[in-house]
Design a binder for this molecule. Structure first.
Ligand code: ASP
Length: 312
């Protein structure tokens, strides 16, 4: 008796990959999160050769991503990853906040199996939709022997949760890992693994704890401290500074950040550059999460605050 082939579970959350427009030539004037997961799968006949299960976890435009969907997604991933008959997960997601969800999932799950996020820049109704190929590739990657961790698979490249960034607002090849190489490539259904799969420690988000309030402050010419002061006055718990260059921060902001810290606000420093490290000389004792951009540092600081004593 042969055992059944391993199963891939597709968890759908919405996004442009599930978007619909009134016309096949309209790649911009669509509504994200309209097409159900069964329909997305049906649009890719080659997926019938795979042993799949599908679940509609949410149906949102990921630019509106919120705590409820994140919670539900983490819970459904945890559920399916525990199943012995599941080899890997695929998550269909909007492109806008894919990198934040990727990092959240990597830290919440630190999965020993692959969790592959995929997305599209054109709606499902498009004349030349990019979603079907991305979905097929992602399902293929989720079955690679030895694969683990959270990755994104878009336009034939597999990028780790640490590195993946949306770098283009329109083209179908919208993601990159600006300071790293891809984990793998997918060409005509063949996956070539190029470097180790992602790994991290596992964080927790205790039941009943709201996600901490963390904001991002960008340092720039003519910066003013008023915004920081207003956030601190209204109870912000953490601030991530997207510094200039290798982590420099405008003098007008530095004093406000020191004052915020004295009032118990956690400060982390990232760079507003798309690539490159924050260098030690500019840290001023603030947290730096190496390799993470400002939006992922924001997730990381939230997790750090969740792991510490209840916040004010
Ligand atoms: N706004 C869309 C979303 O993030 C964009 C996309 O998926 O490409 O859901």
């Amino acid at each position: 008796m042969t055992s059944p082939a391993p199963r891939v579970v597709i968890l759908a959350t919405g996004g442009t990959i599930a978007g619909a427009a009134a016309s096949a030539t309209d790649n911009v004037g669509y509504r994200a999160g309209q097409v159900g997961v069964e329909q997305l799968i049906a649009a890719v006949p080659a997926l019938s050769a795979h042993r799949l299960e599908a679940e509609q976890v949410a149906q949102v435009d990921s630019s509106d991503m919120g705590e409820t969907v994140w919670r539900a997604l983490v819970a459904r991933c945890e559920h399916h990853l525990q199943r012995a008959d599941v080899q890997g997960l695929v998550i269909t997601h909007g492109t806008d906040t894919l990198e934040e969800t990727a990092w959240l999932l990597q830290r919440m799950l630190a999965p020993a199996k692959p969790v592959v996020l995929t997305a599209a820049m054109r709606p499902a109704t498009s004349l030349a939709a990019d979603g079907p190929q991305n979905l097929l590739d992602a399902v293929t990657v989720a079955q690679v022997q030895g694969a683990h961790g959270v990755v994104a698979c878009v336009a034939g490249r597999v990028l780790s949760a640490t590195d993946v960034q949306k770098v283009h607002s329109y083209r179908t090849d919208a993601f990159d890992a600006p300071d790293a190489s891809p984990v793998a490539r997918v060409v005509e259904g063949r996956v070539t693994v190029l470097r180790p799969w992602p790994q991290s420690d596992r964080a927790s988000w205790p039941e009943g704890r709201a996600w901490p309030w963390v904001e991002i402050v960008t340092s720039h010419a003519l910066a003013r401290r008023d915004g920081i002061d207003a956030w601190v006055a209204t109870g912000v718990q953490g601030l991530v500074v997207a510094g200039t260059g290798n982590g420099t921060v405008h003098e007008a902001l530095r004093g406000a950040l020191v004052d915020a810290e004295h009032r118990g606000v956690a400060i982390a420093l990232a760079s507003r550059c798309a690539a490159g490290p924050v260098l030690a000389g500019h840290r001023a004792g603030w947290r730096v999460y190496p390799g993470l951009n400002a939006v992922k540092s924001r997730v990381e600081l939230g997790l750090e605050l969740l792991g510490s004593a209840p916040q004010r």
